[in-house]
Design a binder for this molecule. Sequence first.
Ligand code: GDP
Ligand code: MG
Length: 395
Amino acid sequence: MGVCESSLDAKKGGPKQEKKREKKEKKEEKVESKDDKFDPEKPLQEEAIFKCLLLGPGESGKSTIFKQLVQLHAHGPTPCSWEFCVKQMRTSHAFPHAGDAFNDMALLGYKTVIYSNAILAMRTLIRQSERLPPEYGCHWTKDREDSIIYVKELKSFTSINEELARHMRMVWGDPGIKKTYTYRARFQLFDEVKWFFEKLDELGRYDYLPNFKDIIRCRAKTTGILETHFELGTNIYRILDVGGQRPERKKWFNCFERVACIIYVAAINEYDQVLYEDGVTNRMHESLDLFEEICNCRWFRKSAIMLFLNKDDIFREKIKTIDMKCCFQDYDGGCNYDNAIEYLKKEFLGRNHYQRKNLYCHVTCATDTSSVKHTFTKVKDVLVRVGIRDLGLLT
Ligand SMILES: Nc1nc2c(ncn2[C@@H]2O[C@H](COP(=O)(O)OP(=O)(O)O)[C@@H](O)[C@H]2O)c(=O)[nH]1
Ligand SMILES: [Mg+2]
């Protein structure tokens, strides 16, 4: 993956490699001082600025946590030009910093994302219902054919009107389509499709505007790096959200300097799913490898690392019927939630090779505002307790 430039080799190698590494580290330090957005001369003693990076693979829940934090804490200027909204919607679906980031204008942007999420997801289900072998019993039924064809042949994905909503309801009500949905780990479908399929009536109304619950459930790939910041107590928290898919990770390096805290988000429900990027790699293994790379990266030697085992709500349901043995051959805890969580904690934390004091693990549900609020309070407490000196932010 290379996000930390072979940090895993940090302890290996002879004198030649050592020299090479020193040279590279000097080069990195140069980048570090050049890229420092906050004036390093400014005394930090009175108020600390804690920079927190949200890292993790694609679809693990980083942007959902980012949106929750914007909603909970950010009170900055509100951008309001339509062009700005559209640009933000296309790239991030969240504003950099805004107390009322979810104003009417922004909601219109989210509305477009939600329409396209729902339509594309339904077309995926139709396609898969035709592809899955007949013995699975997933093919859509003849009596709903009109609606299936209507959705399949849609030219524009821009909006859902009453007529389209009616057809989509028919499709979602089809037993074959519902069965296909149960096999969703075999193909790429974002986690919250059901939320939107169950409110198609509302989506089809001309005056539909998304509420916050819709906003945190819609899915859009993040590209680039987004930032919000807010004050809590006497400290400022800068939160950076990044794109998690493989090609996006090359950009992460640009924000590695002076990081107080990494919030590493791992979606624990994905143990039976493969990556969107290559359709082959198991998502959980990808997340573990990436975590190992981040944890042992020299840039983050002093940073606190908060591991969020996210999507606990989906995991709780899935583990009842799908054994984690499909992902870990040596797992023998069966379909038991507590055993599975314990195993995952060990797997993740065991990937850390540093003697690190500040490594914490939380089980989270990013769509639940109170869960994010509660967990972020713990993050904040750790940062304040550990302090900027120990986090390497004071020179
Ligand atoms: N049910 C559930 N869905 C979640 C959770 N966290 C994120 N999601 C959904 O997963 C999808 C991907 O989340 P997103 O934040 O965009 O992932 P990112 O690529 O890491 O930024 C979105 O549809 C979210 O609503 C969670 O804890 N539970
Ligand atoms: Mg994202």
